[in-house]
Structures are given as C-alpha cells and as structure tokens.
Design a protein around this ligand. Structure first.
Ligand code: NAD
Length: 437
C-alpha cells in the first residue's frame, strides 16, 4: 500500500472520522477547519462529538505524528512537504434556497486553494452533492492537471468509525480512471467491495441510497397508520416482512418521522435535481409529504391520549419529552424529528420539559423547553410522558417510580420502544404506533 500525504477539509462527523481513520491506516493526514477553537481543541486531542472510538483514534493519530489539525483549507493543502497528494472535501452542503443543496463551502475551498493545490494532486469530494457537481467543481477549479473525484460517504452518526473501517462498499467516481483507482487504493486494506464508476453515477449512488432509506421509513409509517385502522400489529407485520431477504429487517421501525442532517436535505436536493431534469419524481415527493404529515400525526396521538378528545386543548398542559436527538447514540440535534414534534406541541400551547442522555441541563439547542439532566425530573407532574428518541436506557426506567411522579398516567411511545406490559403493571397507560401491543 502507498502511504499518501492527505489533507482533509472540514472536521465534522465525516471529516474528523475520515482523517482519523486514514491516519490509522498509515496515511499522513492534516485536517483543516475554519473553526479556530475546534482546531485548538482537536490539537489537544479533545473530540466534541459523541462518536464511539473516535477520541481514541484521534489521540493515537496525534501520538503517532500522522494526524494533525490546522486552521483553514489553504494551510492544510500546503502543510505537507511537497503538498497534499489527495485532498478530501468534507464540508457541509446544507439545504439551501428552495431545497437545493448549498454548495458555497465546496466552492469557497476551491477558490481559496486554486493556486495552492500541488501539481497533479487529486481532489476527492466526500460531501453529499447533486449529480454534476464533480464536473462543475473541476470547471470552477480550472486546473487540467488536477482530477476531481466523487467518493460519497455512507457512515452513520453514532457508529461512524466502525462504519468507515468496515464499509458495505466504497464508491469512487471519476471520468479519469487513473485518479479513481488512486483514491480506491487508499481503502484497499479495508477489503470492501468497490464500485469504480463515472462521477455522475457515484454522486447518484449517494442520493439514490438516502432517498431509498427515507422511502422505506415513510412506507413503514404509512403501513403502521393503516395497521391502526385495520386492527393489525405493525411489529408482527414488519417482522414478517423483514424475514424476506429482498426486504431485510433494517429501517422497518415506525417512528415520529425521519430526520437528521442528511435525509431531509438529500431528499429535497434530489427532488430539485429531478425537477431541473424535467422529471416528476412523484414517489420521492410522496415520501417527503408522508414524513411531514407524520409529525402532526404524533401530536394528534398525544392530544388524544392526554385529553381523550381528537380536538382537545393542549394549552398549558405539561408534557415530558424523553429524547431530543434525531436518533439514539448521537448528540446531533440537526433536523431532529423529536424537536419538530416538540415544536408542534409548543405551538399547540403545551409546556414542555425534556430529557436526553446526550444533552446537558438547559441545552440551548432545544428551544422552548426546560431541559433537565434526569429522566425522572422530566416525568414530574406531567400530564403525559412522550418518548421521541429510541435511547435503549428508556426501556429500563423505574416505571413504578415514574407512575408516582406523573399527574396523569399517560405514556405515548412514538418509537414502540417500551414494553407495554411492564408499563401496565406499573399502572401507566401506554400508547404506541401501528397497533403495536
Ligand atoms: P459537519 O457540519 O459536522 O462538519 C462540517 C465541518 O466543516 C465543520 O466543522 C465546519 O466548521 C467545517 N467547514 C465549513 N466550511 C469550511 C471551509 N471552507 N474550510 C474548512 N472547514 C470548513 O458536517 P458533516 O455531518 O461532517 O457533513 C459533511 C458532508 O458529508 C455533508 O455534505 C453531509 O451531507 C455529508 N455526509 C454526512 C454524514 C453524516 O452522517 N453526518 C454521512 C455521510 C455524508
């Protein structure tokens, strides 16, 4: 294996994981960020995101001398003797105007480093970008000696290191096959199936995969709603579906709607890409609409459970919220469905108190609610306790203690996480999704 001189631009979930993992594979890596304080913390080995194994890998990388952190893309690109041979772009591509992907961060790195990139280096785009961006980046760069390669990332927050080092597949796309092979070789030790393709197809793989996952979740949420109407039990239904190897068990749990930093922006960006290509992507539109509706459906369910009426008032009703992050195992609140449901409850006049294992007291990101550092404080004097994120520790709460704290024994479980029998024995009235019993 060749040891490469690598620059990684952006040290978020993707960039920091990429940098630390590539250093652990033997490469020499300099990571850059625009956030000066973050770079100072990382240089001291302090990792401020919740990712199992990442602090250890960063510490090892720093100690080995193979991993370092600098401020600014330009500094990273020029930091190695002879310049970086491979430059990874791991910068944000958030939802911009009208649902389009905002590519400002990618463009600004290209502008900042145009004349600084080493002769013949490869620029690898790991950020999620619409089809056509790799070619556009190459045109914006205007350096025929440099190839731009698409190498989308599929890691999941909460298991980023494990996913990066044990990928289901590596996808590398470039019209210059030599550059694509150089990038694929960086991962050769991982032994993963590798798809070498053109840039547009690589970019499309990422969007098509994320939109498919969103569609699977919207589908199961719709089936759960139908189960409620028809007296079927969604848990048995999805178990029965999931044994079919063509379907699989994963992404079949109903919930308050999908969210996080990727699925909402990627589904909207794909829809914009389709619109621009004059293609009416009805299936994707329905996937998004179903998800938007799901949040209100959770509020309706909570309203009925608390007041006993479909149109009962939630004004000044005190509700405890268990779970604020977009899924369990992460501290990421970006586009969290839990926060979206909480915002709708707030709009309906409810007074909220929230608890999340990954959040400190008074977390500023969870606006409009008191955030406490103990789940039992979130249960005190509430008219309903609502589970919005599937943290496993909620399952083993002392439910008899909870029953002694609440004003009304109502628990709404939007993740079908809890055992209804345990709650019933504690004297609590449990409501879940999809006729789950
Ligand atoms: P993030 O917000 O966690 O991190 C981005 C980092 O880039 C931040 O630290 C920011 O300060 C830095 N940055 C912004 N502009 C910069 C610039 N000009 N120069 C240097 N640093 C800059 O983002 P993320 O979650 O790591 O996502 C990055 C990209 O990867 C996005 O396109 C995302 O869609 C994609 N992606 C994310 C995930 C995920 O689970 N988070 C998974 C796969 C792909």
């Amino acid at each position: 294996m060749f040891i490469r001189r690598i620059a990684v631009i952006g040290t978020g979930y993707v960039g920091l994981t990429t940098g630390a993992c590539l250093a652990s594979l033997g490469h020499r890596v300099v990571c850059a960020d625009v956030d000066v304080e973050k770079v100072e913390r990382l240089t001291r080995g302090e990792v401020d995101i919740l990712e199992p194994g990442l602090p250890e890998l960063v510490a090892e990388g720093i100690a080995s001398g193979r991993l370092s952190f600098v401020v600014g893309a330009a500094t990273a690109v020029g930091a190695h003797d002879g310049g970086a041979e491979v430059v990874f772009l791991c910068v944000p591509t958030p939802m911009g105007v009208g649902g389009l992907a905002d590519l400002k961060a990618v463009e600004s790195v290209v502008d900042e480093c145009r004349s600084l990139f080493a002769e013949g280096c490869v620029i690898v785009n790991k950020s999620t970008v619409p089809v056509g961006t790799t070619v556009l980046t190459s045109e914006l760069l205007g350096r025929p000696d440099i190839s731009v390669v698409s190498n989308p990332e599929f890691l999941r927050e909460g298991s980023a290191v494990k996913d990066f080092l044990n990928p289901d597949r590596i996808v590398v796309g470039c019209d210059d096959q030599d550059a694509a092979e150089r990038v694929a070789a960086l991962y050769s030790r991982l032994g993963a199936p590798t798809v070498l393709t053109d840039a547009a197809s690589a970019e499309m793989v990422k969007y098509a995969a994320n939109c498919f996952l969103a569609m699977k979740l919207s589908y199961v949420n719709a089936v759960a709603e139908l189960c409620e109407r028809l007296g079927a039990n969604i848990s048995d239904v999805t178990e029965g579906m999931g044994y079919d190897r063509r379907i699989g068990q994963s992404f079949l749990s109903p919930g308050p709607g999908w969210g996080g930093s990727c699925l909402p922006k990627d589904t909207h960006a794909m829809l914009q890409v389709a619109d621009a290509a004059d293609f009416e992507f009805r299936l994707l539109r329905a996937t998004i609409d179903t998800n938007d509706r799901q949040r209100q459906r959770m509020v309706d369910k909570i309203r009925l459970a608390v007041t006993g009426k479909r149109n009962g008032s939630l004004s000044h009703v005190r509700i405890g919220v268990l779970g604020l992050t977009f899924k369990a195992g992460t501290d990421d609140l970006r586009d969290s469905p839990a926060l979206a449901v909480a915002a709708l409850l707030k709009q309906a006049g409810a007074d909220l108190v929230g608890y999340d294992p990954a959040m400190g007291v008074g977390s500023s990101a969870a606006v409009g609610m008191d955030v406490v550092d103990d789940p039992y404080l979130a249960a005190k004097d509430v008219e309903a306790l609502v589970v919005l994120t599937e943290w496993p520790e909620f399952r083993t709460l002392d439910w008899a203690k909870v029953a002694g704290l609440v004003r009304q024994p109502v628990v709404v479980d939007t993740r079908n996480l809890l055992d209804p029998d345990v709650l019933s024995r504690a004297g609590l009235k449990w409501t879940g999704l999809g006729g789950h019993r």
